[in-house]
Design a protein around this ligand. Structure first.
Ligand code: ADP
Ligand code: MG
Length: 433
């Protein structure tokens, strides 16, 4: 990046305490944002993308200090706004505005549209009513409404029109930065396109920097110059938009990309399936937070399993860690007519069903891995849960559970936090620029 960044976020964290009892004893923390860093250049649009709950909104409100960050620096034009007192914070708030998803709840229904849009001008000391009105009427026209909208009320406008009004209000103080949190997610697709194109036009006109938040990669592609991908409170990949779509490096980014609906039937089955649920940010997985779902999770050097096979074996192991009761499987097989009573279900049938549940082949392609797995499954079937767990843990653990990957430069000249990318980088260093 040539120009100095307008915004530099460094190791930003926002943790929410989980409390218990009347004395509100802290028993844990939701690590909603857990150490993210990124820059935004003047005039640039940076996308922040990821599944629901990964911390995008928390990142937005923390970086504008609408909520107090737990840790980190937020440099705006070189000043750390985390250190700001009230006066400096007010000055910062003139220059950095927020736009929200829900156009209906962003307006006071009793205030006219003009009054709502003019409110920031009044708060920041412009006392001349007629002048405020002139500025707002002009801005209403620039966002594609008419000056006459000034005296009307929010309920008279559609969702798309309300987002135009919200945009006018975000721009009324002539800010340098707008943080837009899912600004088009509540709108119909055709209206989304109109608002996106309006935002692009106004961005050029106003020379704005934008942090554009969306769970929808398709929308991000339309709007953003660069994209940061978030997973469970962390950034896992940062790339210019074109490269992110043509040469994604992080397995999570690849999975998100493959879930975008495509009209091209030949591409439909390229999809990488994500297994497992999104873990809780109050107890994120060790090592790489994505290892519980990653299709590319690294297998132990001792084995040579097919990648998908290994993923399923690891799923089985992680499930056994949380507790698997073979008697449940016996009950199930009785219901299926396998035997009259749980005791009479053959051990081999239980073992078979367990593998089937986890899509693990009845015989693994690597004989050494097969020996370990069948020992562990036998122990499990015999009710020796601890022994099964020990056997599985000793052999089937991944470096991805142990080592936390940092953002590193990739062979595509982008950044990704993945141990595979790290290995590739050391073998095949990225071009120096
Ligand atoms: P996103 O915008 O990506 O959907 P959020 O930033 O809203 O994600 O939420 C991130 C995580 O933080 C979620 O697990 C959410 O439940 C949690 N969270 C958000 N706000 C609070 C809060 N005020 N108190 C406790 N947890 C919260
Ligand atoms: Mg959100």
């Amino acid at each position: 990046m040539s120009a100095d960044p307008l915004l530099s976020v460094r190791n930003l964290k926002k943790h929410y305490p989980i409390t218990k009892g009347i004395l509100k004893k802290e028993v844990g923390r939701v690590k909603a944002v857990d150490g993210i860093s990124f820059d935004v250049a003047p005039g640039e649009t940076l996308g922040l993308v990821g599944e629901s709950g990964c911390g995008k909104s928390t990142a937005a409100t923390s970086l504008l200090r609408l909520e107090e960050p737990t840790d980190g620096q937020i440099l705006f034009d070189g000043d750390d706004i985390v250190e700001h007192g009230d006066a400096d914070l007010k000055a910062f708030r003139r220059r950095a505005q927020m736009m929200f998803q829900d156009p209906s709840s962003s307006f006071d229904p009793r205030m006219s549209v003009g009054e709502s849009v003019a409110e920031p001008l009044a708060i920041h000391g412009m006392r001349d009513r007629a002048r405020r009105r002139r500025i707002v009427e002009d801005l209403l026209e620039r966002v594609g409404l008419s000056a006459a909208a000034y005296d009307r009320y929010p309920h008279e406008f559609s969702g798309g029109q309300k987002q135009r009004i919200a945009l006018a209000r975000a721009l009324v103080l002539n800010p340098d930065l707008v943080v837009a949190d899912e600004p088009v997610s509540a709108l119909d697709v055709s209206i989304q396109a109109e608002i996106i194109s309006l935002m692009r036009d106004l961005q050029t006109e106003f020379g704005l920097s934008i942090v554009f938040i969306s769970h929808d990669l398709g929308v991000v592609r339309e709007v953003c110059d660069r994209v940061a991908v978030m997973y469970l409170g962390e950034i896992v990949e940062v790339a210019d938009t074109e490269t992110l779509f043509s040469d994604p490096k992080h397995p999570y980014t690849k999975a998100l990309l493959s879930s975008i609906p495509t009209p091209d039937p030949s591409r439909r089955n390229e999809g990488v399936e994500l297994s497992g649920d999104v873990p809780s940010p109050s107890n994120p997985p060790s090592g790489c937070r994505f290892h519980t779902r990653c299709p590319a999770v690294i297998q132990p050097e001792a084995f040579d399993l097919e990648q998908a096979e290994w993923r399923h074996v690891l799923d089985l192991r992680l499930r056994v860690e949380r507790g698997v009761d073979a008697s449940d499987i016996r009950e199930f097989l009785v219901a299926e007519g396998e035997a009259p009573t749980p005791e009479e279900v053959p051990d081999a049938a239980v073992a078979r069903e367990l593998r089937r549940e986890f899509d693990v082949p009845q015989t693994l392609s690597d004989p050494n891995a097969e020996t370990v797995l069948s020992d562990a499954i036998s122990a499990l079937v015999e009710g020796e849960h601890d022994e099964a767990r020990r056997t599985l843990n000793d052999s089937f653990s991944s470096v991805c559970e142990r080592d936390h990957p940092e953002l590193e430069s990739t062979s595509a000249g982008t950044s990704a936090a993945c141990l595979r990318v790290d290995t590739e980088r050391r073998i095949d260093p990225p071009p120096t620029s």
